[in-house]
Design a protein around this ligand. Sequence first.
Ligand code: C2E
Ligand code: MG
Ligand code: MG
Ligand code: MG
Length: 287
Amino acid sequence: RAKSAGGNRFELADAEADARAITRHGLTTALPTALDRGEFFIEYQPLVHLGDGSVRGAEALVRWLHPQHGVLGPDRFIPLAEHTGLIVPLGRWVLEQSVRQAKEWRERHAGTATAPLRINVNLSPCQLTHPGLVQDTVDILETAGVDPDALCLEVTESALIGADDDLLKPLRRLAEMGVDIALDDFGTGYSNLANLRRLPVSVLKLDRSFTQSMQQFPADPVDLKIVDGIVSLAHSLNLAVTVEGVETGAQAEQLRILGCDTAQGWYYARPGPPERLHELAMADASG
Ligand code: C2E
Ligand code: MG
Ligand code: MG
Ligand code: MG
């Protein structure tokens, strides 16, 4: 009996693995045409100043409206796009759309109390090693008529661990032009803290796991000390600190007290269409 039950379990597991592999294969082959067919779209999540609660910008997060599977999150297809190389044209498309969107918000908000919105765009490690990165970025900003300091490129900490000078060169050029570079998911990659000064970054994005440890009020004293230490170190290196995954007012309050500069999370807003970001920024400027 036990043996046949085990057999069934294995069969089930095999079937699931097969289904996943088939989907993965299907998604991979559908990726290139998806870009041509306009199946990707971008949602924007506000970046909020912890001191005064104002919306200062947004992070662009790509989604795929798949004709059969519905809306797919980036975790489902970015790894496939990286594997096939489609990430380079897809990433360029995301950058172009997001920069144009920032231009539109800035024009609409000119003359209002709203701070000029900035735009954060995620960069995959494959884009970092692509020789066109700097020129593409310059072209996109110039064509849209957007100042480089309106743009922040997010690179994960793990992508820069052990990075040599060749990898850092394009980021340095972009930073010299005024583009901000943020170290995304900071605190998950076991990077050498002393290494931070070598990187051309101006923003640390503290990973969601730190925010989760602020669930209780007051939070565990050791967790508070760890975040306090990271924030102090970041500020002493002239880096701004953004926190991800803020879901409650208690988390926001503790992170504000700890000196974090900017916050992002469901407590403020889920990622949404550009119009929603516009409304949030305006509501906050008039209220
Ligand atoms: P990320 O850059 O760390 O983005 C933050 C993720 O946290 C987003 O997931 C966002 O929807 C989610 N999030 C925001 N607030 C909360 C919250 O309060 N609670 C929780 N639990 N989650 C929250 P999403 O949109 O699924 O994106 C996942 C990852 O995919 C991103 O992580 C980023 O690494 C990658 N990604 C997204 N768009 C792009 C893109 O255009 N290019 C590249 N290369 N990667 C992208
Ligand atoms: Mg990010
Ligand atoms: Mg992040
Ligand atoms: Mg993250």
